[in-house]
Design a protein. Sequence first.
Length: 187
Amino acid sequence: MATTSDIRNGLCLEYNHDIFTVVEFLHVKPGKGPAFVRTKMKSLTNGKILDNTFPAGHKISTVRVERRKYQYLYNDDMGYHFMENETYEQVAIEKKMLDKPELLKEGMAIEILFHAEKEIPLTIDMPQYETYEITYTEPGQKGNTATNASKPATIETGAEIKVPLFINEGDKIKVDTRSSSYVERVK
């Protein structure tokens, strides 16, 4: 059993018969009254965000988790298939567990968070930035970098994102996988 003094970002804990990860926390010591810890937690089963306040010294039940590196292989009606690089063990994961499945590309290295005792996958962490090739977009306009205008573009996985006007088909771009947004053009 841990206490609220052990709360930190990324900590997995069991609360209300669900498994949550701490996204943000703030230890508050008001001038009058007891201290408390204000948290923002994300459910690993359904993805919902929960704001909760724990009194200082409150006992919390932590969950032991393991991060393992996997490689994305393919998807079919059974789910999305990943392979561990060392043991070649494969695991299939349902689409609802993925935040942005349209950004997965073949061979991409990801991390899967497993519940250590039950050996069940909890969530998938994609790399923060990934490079993709533009497969379709309207022709670019050279020198059009002064404005902040954008146009839709389709990347190699079939996902559509907004890119600046100077991007052309065949260009490689860096995409932020958390927000599905354009970061920069890659040479």
